[in-house]
Design a protein around this ligand. Structure first.
Ligand code: AFP
Length: 330
């Protein structure tokens, strides 16, 4: 029997539990369609003239790759006319994108990192698109939305997911009841369910961290990693392995499927500054990992309970295996 399509899965979810409103289904299908187009652009590489930098910087002060900007535009264009959104926010835009007045507005807020891991684009390694969906606050219909309307904790996300553009193009999705994997069937242009509900394996001794930042880690994280490097010769009496792709999507995907822990801690010495962004990187990944039986915190607090202060807020991220994330506290 052929694996069921994303559309069929969503429609069945809508019928089964009435947990999935039609507008949210449309939103997810629209994001998934945009990801197909992004996947197509990425796979063309140099032939599609999509590689390289633009010479501009985004709001985070990072050099923008051509694909960062192309993917951002694709997601904005695909989502603004359907009537399901109140506004959008992206890593690549300083402030929120309101739905133009010529289009109807809906009740959802979409946040995304159009291309996560963009330093990997030019060297043919996996990158991804991460997205998070919130509801616009009650009573906001009919007025102009502001950044403040987005500043909700991750536990209010109604859907989250990522597309990973690697050896296969996959869509990993949660609508708050389990995590499902869909593989893009390029010949028919359709997403087919290939796994789910996913439960991440526990007990895998594999950690992902950028070792070059060691001198900036909080002491507790330095100790945690030191013990794992000592492995069988240290107090833990067992060996660990390390993997780091510099694409959060790829590292998180490996952890979802194979287990292990991902750490990008906040820097203790510079007052807790961190690299990853709360609202469109940490929150959606934390929801997916929790839904698959793992845990996610910032060193102290559950990521999904953090009340954001700004749209582009950064946060320490420690996620994955239940027991390992418990040990890796600051
Ligand atoms: P971009 O989204 O700007 O490409 O950054 C990638 C990322 O946010 C995340 O995907 C990686 O885990 C992390 O940065 C890599 O950081 P290092 O450069 O310190 O390895």
């Amino acid at each position: 029997m052929q694996a069921i399509s994303l559309s069929r899965f969503l429609i069945e979810q809508q019928r089964l539990k009435e947990a999935l409103p039609a507008e949210l289904r449309l939103l997810i299908e629209t994001v998934a369609r945009a990801c197909k187009t992004i996947s197509h652009a990425i796979s063309k590489g140099a032939l599609g003239e999509v590689l390289g930098s633009l010479g501009s910087e985004n709001v985070q002060g990072e050099v923008q790759k051509k694909l960062d900007v192309i993917a951002n535009e694709l997601l904005l264009d695909a989502n603004e006319w359907g009537g399901h959104l109140a506004a959008m926010a992206s890593e690549e835009m300083e402030t929120i994108h309101r739905i133009p007045n010529r289009y109807p507005k809906g009740e959802y807020l979409l946040l995304f990192d159009p291309i996560d891991g963009s330093s990997n684009i030019d060297v043919a390694l996996s990158v991804g698109t991460i997205f998070s969906v919130l509801k616009a606050p009650e009573g906001s219909a009919g007025r102009e939305l502001t950044e403040q309307d987005f500043l909700q904790p991750g536990n209010r996300q109604v859907a989250a997911g990522y597309a990973i553009y690697g050896p296969q193009t996959l869509l990993i999705l949660t609508i708050g009841a389990g995590v499902y994997e869909f593989t893009l069937d390029r010949e028919v242009g359709s997403w087919r369910m290939t796994d789910g509900p996913l439960q991440m394996p526990q007990g895998n001794r594999e950690f992902a961290i950028n070792m070059a930042r060691r001198r900036q880690w909080p002491p507790a994280i330095a100790n945690y990693i030191e013990e794992r490097i000592l492995g069988a010769e240290g107090p833990l009496r067992k060996d660990y392995n390390m993997r780091w792709t510099a694409s959060m999507v790829a590292d998180v995907h490996r952890i979802l499927k194979r287990g292990g822990i991902f750490l990008y801690p906040a820097d203790a010495r510079s007052g807790g500054s961190a690299r990853l962004r709360l609202m469109y990187e940490a929150n959606p990944m934390a929801l997916l990992i929790e839904q698959a039986g793992g845990a996610a915190h910032d060193g102290e607090q559950r990521i999904l309970d953090i009340i954001p202060a700004t749209l582009h807020q950064r946060v320490g991220v420690i996620l994955g295996d239940q027991r390992e994330t418990d040990f890796a506290r600051t």
